[in-house]
Design a protein around this ligand. Structure first.
Ligand code: ADP
Ligand code: GN1
Ligand code: MG
Length: 360
């Protein structure tokens, strides 16, 4: 990175008092660094294995952040902290293609706010839900058809299931025999894959502009007040269902342990977290939900968790080519926590519905 860094520093309009870069955050996709001292910036190498058309990604983010900035300003907020701010290159672009052939981008570092990789108290989920809800509302009138579909079929669970079947057939890394129980778990639940897709197709669940990757570490909360400051990681903003954003946030946020926890006895679905997030989400978006969306909220959490488990399993079978890993079998551990959560949610479906009805 050192050689590239000096090139990047010259080519982005950054005011730097210190040009050391430090790897930052725990994202699974992009390479993230922080540079600067008094004034800090996020520098990211865009993962072009995942995002085949990085220029389309950046066009989406330019348009979405411009829209969000207008909304935040109308509300009397501060656009530089309430949404990502792209730092342009010296020639006014939102990305820079460096001499290593890779695509880089820079954002203002959002100060006085923090991302959590794991929940410390349930209020964090309440505030995260409010932030994702506001994000959704601010984009309600954004022209969805102007967005490029940067990862086609991103939350198409049927297609994710098909990709798993392909991976099993190909057995590229020779790992199928090791994961037969996980494969069986996935196969037994094929019937779930089409539920939201069918509801979108029959019009009972509308397509909206959604974030599609609402992990807790993709929202920044105020260091002092704990309130939501900014939704980040806008790479996957695309037309989708609000159920994806609700379900995915709880997949991650209501787990009792880390996504890659190897000891499954530590993993269960936390109803207190589910309640806190649901309360915040419904407070922001309750009036806009259709009857079918409301009915599918609890199911969506299980679906998104199942889908994510399938994706981790597929990647494990393919030899770990998509999600960044830091140790062997990490993707398998990730798959197992997701499936453990799915089982627990199956057992808790009645309680989840009852909690939802307290707020809806
Ligand atoms: P990935 O797609 O790999 O998840 P993210 O865009 O989510 O990449 O960035 C990874 C991490 O970097 C985030 O979880 C967050 O901790 C940090 N981060 C990203 N953008 C900013 C920002 N503008 N200000 C402060 N921290 C940020
Ligand atoms: C990835 O980029 P990151 O780490 O926030 C992935 C999500 C998964 C998540 C699982 C573009 O999110 O879809 O749900 O890992 N992002 C992409 O932790 O595939
Ligand atoms: Mg992220």
């Amino acid at each position: 990175m050192d050689r590239i860094l000096s090139e990047l520093v010259k080519n982005f309009r950054m005011e730097l008092d210190d040009t050391n870069e430090v790897p930052y955050g725990n994202g699974h996709i992009n390479e993230t660094y922080v540079v600067g001292h008094k004034k800090r910036y996020i520098l990211q190498k865009i993962n072009t294995n995942v995002f085949r058309d990085p220029e389309a990604v950046m066009r989406n983010i330019e348009a979405v952040t411009a829209h969000l900035r207008r909304r935040v300003a109308e509300e009397g907020g501060d656009p530089d902290s309430a949404t990502l701010t792209i730092v342009p290159t010296t020639d006014g672009r939102s990305f820079y293609r460096a001499s290593d052939g890779a695509y880089y981008r820079a954002y203002l570092f959002i100060e006085n706010a923090v991302c959590y990789d794991q929940v410390e108290n349930v209020e964090q989920l309440y505030h995260a839900a409010r932030a994702f809800g506001r994000f959704q509302k601010r984009l309600a009138d954004f022209p969805a058809d102007s967005l490029a579909e940067v990862i086609p079929h991103f939350h198409d669970t049927r297609d994710r299931f098909r990709q798993l079947q392909e991976a099993i057939k190909a057995d590229r890394a020779g790992r199928v025999s090791e994961v037969l129980p996980e494969i069986a778990f996935a196969m037994e639940r094929e019937g779930d894959t089409g539920v939201v897709l069918d509801a979108i197709a029959d019009g009972s669940v509308p397509l909206r502009v959604t974030h599609n990757d609402t992990k807790l570490n993709n929202v920044m909360l105020d260091t002092k007040t704990g309130e939501g400051v900014c939704v980040i990681d806008l790479d996957t903003v695309m037309p989708g269902s609000l159920l994806y954003d609700y379900g995915d946030a709880l997949r991650f946020g209501a787990s009792s342990g880390a996504e890659d926890e190897p000891d499954l006895t530590k993993i269960f679905f936390r109803l207190d977290c589910y309640e806190a997030f649901t309360r915040g989400f419904v407070e922001e978006l309750g009036d806009t939900l259709t009857a079918k969306e409301k009915a599918l909220l609890p199911f969506s959490v299980r679906l998104m968790t199942y889908e994510c488990g399938i994706r981790f399993l597929t990647d494990y079978l393919n030899g770990d080519t998509y999600f960044r890993i830091h140790r062997p079998r990490q993707n398998l551990d990730r798959c197992r926590t997701q499936f453990r959560l799915v089982s627990d949610m199956e057992a808790k479906v009645g309680q989840m519905t009852e909690i939802l009805h307290r707020y809806i």
